[in-house]
Design a protein around this ligand. Structure first.
Ligand code: ARG
Ligand code: ZN
Length: 895
């Protein structure tokens, strides 16, 4: 398979071209002589021909390897190179293949394959990094048993780790030593890992429910051991949860997590040896925020849950990526919810997850990179580790659970693992197992149609309309579904949509529900299953027009249009027993105001919010029945990105201006309430990252933010002064960072000294310095001041383009997370972007391609932004020798 055509342009890989491998690899015996400049890899494989496939040459993948020797059954063999592939003809049906290569980890700035980070060796093999370590059938359906021997200088690399169990270790001449590891499970190459360096571990022995003992280890650099307790607790909770909820035990004697500060992604689920970005491991109260604590819990859970959903049962090919990622995101979301003490905290988690989906995935699904949850083609698979594969994929799994019920879903999961343990399978296999375990369910009845969620891209839209018939005391809801065209898919067929619904009366009380033609009356939420382009649902026995609460809990990843009156939304906001829709009503009101302000060409002094909205927000803030975390979510206005998505033509400056005007109005109109909220919530006692106290810190932080913002117009110096004091005295990073943020985001003159002090305190804490950079690059723009600041930050001695976390903290915080500062009328933001994409592409294509996506939505922009953005993308696309990664993103953007 050649990856470039005759013109040297990358070729797309297509799902329909899948063919089983021509050879199998039964065992792999790897020996590494680790050296940063020249690592030697001896790879001995027992292979056999796949009898189900016509006889053909063996083609092994490789990438940037130096080949020294090839032996077949111990004899020198003839081979040829076709591009980067090693091709061998005339092989017997079964044979031993021995390949000896070298590579250069120290020069590996792509951070794929074997690389060095802070004098320690790490690997990253998913999706196609193993071919940068040795020649191999580097595809997930080739599963083998691995034995790995690591040899290295003992003084520099005292710890030698790989997958599975340590079976032997000892000394070698010249100060070297070795360790031999055997993985008891067969696995695809993307799950291979090794680590070698100076590391220390927090250890914990646990006993599983079946009485089996396991050793859990979290490896970090010596100075970081005091930041590993939370990751260890999260791991223990993960092991217990998967056993309890799904009956899935830990299948290894030893389970290791290792942290590295140079990593392209969040973390990686290598069998028994998870490798993590330090960002998702290290935390103590002085350096990590509540959000960091909760992300660590999710990511530790996510990687651990992959041990079953990904490792024991893996993907047949990379088009099936969501088989493991969608399912595992769903599992980590459920894990975090199940750890919550009450329904309110669960709802907060659900709202946060939906917010990610709507602000990141919906735009992806409407833009040039839109792709189905199971894509049909790709040029570079690394570009498809997307919010669609992960978060929309998780929503698809969640809809299955909604359709078969929680118990039914657990039965489905059990059947899936019984059927497919040890196999590489497809999304179809998963859906089939869930349906087969629930033969009477709506999922089983509608399975082929339900699977359109895998094949059709784009966010479906539901246009709902309600009519009350006083004569018949009935209420008819008509719902029409549609889905816009996406690249390569001009028309769409109807989806199966589980629609959770409730009805309230005008005073906000939940009404009993009775569907026309049904005799039973139900209370609370009811799940309707839509499957046609248009349907009508009639509720009977209603004395007055109800207020419908539609799409409760966000039961499907769709956009719901319903012409709610302001009064209806205020009723829902004040009363809906479904916390998700209660929050959603507030978001709809805020969005409505923003869109009106944008249409009316509001200036920064025009009031955008009406009294009813402000009063409703005050009631939420002061409501003794509501948790602080929930209040903080309700009082957060829809983001600029989310507002922009609702417009056909986007003037980002106007969106920014209007949202800032709304914030200023909330600050001033609720001034006394913010003071009260701060006083009520700012003291959370001894630090604990639990949902209740972190919710109170979040609300206190929000209050400070608004108080400092109000001070901007009133000239008040008391609250900024208090905020600076709070910053100095804070007993934890959350409070400290929130205070700093309040000063920075309100543009207060005290911000400068706080920033300087913050840097001085934390100069040796890389993850905190990332926050310092990202806060500044992401700050609210005032007259174009952020871009010059960003350029200055890039000259700071602590800045480095090679470290992905640091590059993200400055460049991504500006280009991808600060629309008001990035979209400049003078196009300087776009010029900056194109220069950084090109610069990064030469170092690390994965990171560059991610940055390239910051202009995904260029075609929606108003002039002059639109033309300038297009020109910047074209400039990147015109660069010769672009990586496949960046090439794919920019050519799709221009298509
Ligand atoms: N499987 C990893 C995880 O989600 C992420 C790997 C990302 N790989 C990549 N090439 N971006 O848990
Ligand atoms: Zn994952």
């Amino acid at each position: 398979m050649l990856l470039r055509d005759a013109q040297g342009q990358p070729i797309a890989i297509r799902r329909e071209d899948y063919a089983a491998p021509a050879y199998w690899i039964d065992t792999v015996d790897l020996t590494f002589d680790l050296d940063p400049a020249k690592t030697r890899v001896l790879n001995r494989m027992q292979m056999r021909r796949n009898p189900e496939v016509p006889v053909q040459p063996l083609r092994l993948d490789g990438d940037e390897l130096n080949l020294a020797r090839v032996l077949v059954n111990g004899q020198g063999a003839s081979f040829r190179m076709e591009g980067e592939q090693l091709v061998i003809d005339g092989l017997p049906d079964a044979f031993e293949l021995e390949i000896f290569t070298t590579c250069c980890p120290i020069k590996n700035t792509k951070l794929m394959g074997l690389f060095v980070s802070e004098d320690t060796f790490f690997t990253q093999c998913e999706a196609e990094g193993f071919r940068r370590i040795t020649y191999f059938l580097d595809r997930p359906d080739v599963m083998a048993m691995y034995t790995v021997t690591l040899r290295a200088a003992k003084a520099s690399y005292p710890v030698l780790l790989s997958n599975g169990n340590l079976v032997e270790q000892g000394e070698l001449p010249e100060g070297r030593h070795f360790a031999k590891w055997v993985d008891p499970f067969k696995k695809p190459s993307y799950l291979f890992a090794l680590v070698a360096g100076k590391l220390v571990a927090r250890e914990q022995r646990i006993k599983a429910r079946n009485g089996k003992e396991h050793l859990l280890q979290v490896y970090v650099r010596a100075g970081d051991l005091d930041k590993t307790e939370h990751a260890m607790n999260s791991l223990i909770n993960s092991v217990l949860w998967d056993e309890t909820r799904f009956g899935l035990p830990l299948d290894l004697d030893r389970f290791m997590i290792v942290a590295t500060s140079d990593f392209n992604m969040g973390a990686m689920e290598n069998k028994g040896l998870n490798i993590f970005n330090t960002k998702y491991v290290l935390a103590n109260q002085a350096t990590a925020t509540d959000a960091d604590y909760s992300n660590i819990e999710s990511v530790v859970g996510h990687e651990y849950f992959h041990n079953w959903s990904g490792d024991r049962v893996t993907c047949r090919d990379w088009f099936q990526l969501s088989l493991k990622e969608g399912l595992t995101v769903f599992r980590d979301q459920e894990f975090s919810q199940d750890l919550c003490a009450d329904a309110s905290a669960r709802a907060v988690k659900r709202i946060e997850d939906v917010r990610v989906l709507r602000t990141a995935q919906f735009p992806e699904d409407a833009g040039p990179m839109a792709h189905p949850v199971r894509p049909d083609s790709y040029i570079e698979i690394s570009n498809f580790y997307t919010v669609t594969i992960y978060e929309k994929g998780a929503e698809v799994v969640r809809m299955m659970q909604t359709l078969v019920g929680r118990k039914g879903f657990e039965k489905g999961i059990t059947l899936y693992f019984e059927r497919h343990d040890g196999q590489a399978v497809t999304c179809d296999d998963f859906a089939q197992a869930i349906a087969d375990a629930n033969p009477e369910s709506e999922l089983a009845r509608l399975l082929p149609q339900f699977k359109r969620w895998y094949s059709q891209a784009g966010t479906p839209r539901l246009a709902a309309h309600g009519v009350y018939d006083a004569q018949n005391r009935s209420y008819t809801l008509s719902v029409v579904q549609s889905c816009p065209p996406t690249p390569g898919q001009l028309t769409k067929e109807p989806f199966v949509i589980p629609l959770n619904i409730g009805l309230l009366d005008a005073s906000g009380r939940e009404l009993p529900m009775q569907l026309e033609g049904e005799s039973d009356v139900t209370r609370g939420t009811r799940t309707l299953v839509l499957s046609r382009a248009g349907e009508q649902i009639t509720f009977v026995g209603l004395d007055a027009e109800p207020v419908p609460s539609i799409l409760r809990g966000f039961s499907a990843p769709v956009i719901l249009d319903f012409e709610y009156t302001d009064a209806q939304l205020l009723t829902l906001l004040a009363n809906d027993p479904d916390p998700f829709n209660r929050w959603e009503a507030g978001q709809r009101l805020g969005l409505r105001a923003a869109l009106q302000g944008i249409a009316a060409l509001a200036t920064d002094t025009t009031p955008v919010l009406n009294d009813a909205y402000i009063d409703a927000m005050r009631s939420v803030l002061r409501n003794p029945q509501l948790d602080a975390a929930f209040k903080e979510l309700v009082l957060t206005l829809p983001s600029e990105t989310y507002i922009a998505e609702q417009l056909d033509v986007v003037d980002p400056q106007r969106v920014h201006l209007v949202r800032e005007a709304m914030r200023a109005q909330l600050a001033t109109a609720l001034f006394a309430d913010w003071q009260w909220a701060y006083e009520e919530n700012h003291d959370t006692g001894a630090y604990s990252p639990d949902p209740t106290s972190s919710g109170r810190r979040a609300l206190a932080g929000m209050a400070l933010n608004f108080l400092c913002l109000a001070a901007r117009t009133s000239g008040d110096v008391v609250w900024p002064g208090k905020t600076l004091q709070r910053f100095k005295d804070a007993g934890n990073m959350t409070d400290r960072f929130n205070a700093l943020n309040a000063l920075v985001s309100s543009g207060n003159t005290l911000a400068a000294q706080a920033l300087a002090r913050f840097h001085a305190i934390f100069k040796d804490e890389a993850l905190v310095i990332d926050k310092w950079f990202s806060l500044q690059a992401g700050a609210s723009d005032r007259g174009g001041d952020i871009l010059p600041l960003v350029k200055q930050l890039m000259k700071h001695p602590d800045f480095s383009l090679k470290n992905p976390n640091r590059a993200r903290s400055v460049i991504f915080s500006y280009c991808s997370a600060n629309p008001g500062a990035f979209h400049r009328p003078d196009a300087a933001g776009y010029v900056f972007w194109s220069e950084r994409v090109i610069e990064l592409d030469a170092i690390n294509p994965q990171v560059a391609a991610r940055l390239a996506r910051a202009l995904d939505r260029w075609s929606k922009l108003a002039e002059p932004y639109r033309s300038a953005a297009r020109e910047a993308i074209a400039r990147v696309a015109a660069k010769p020798d672009l990586s496949k990664d960046t090439h794919e993103v920019v050519t799709r953007a221009l298509a």
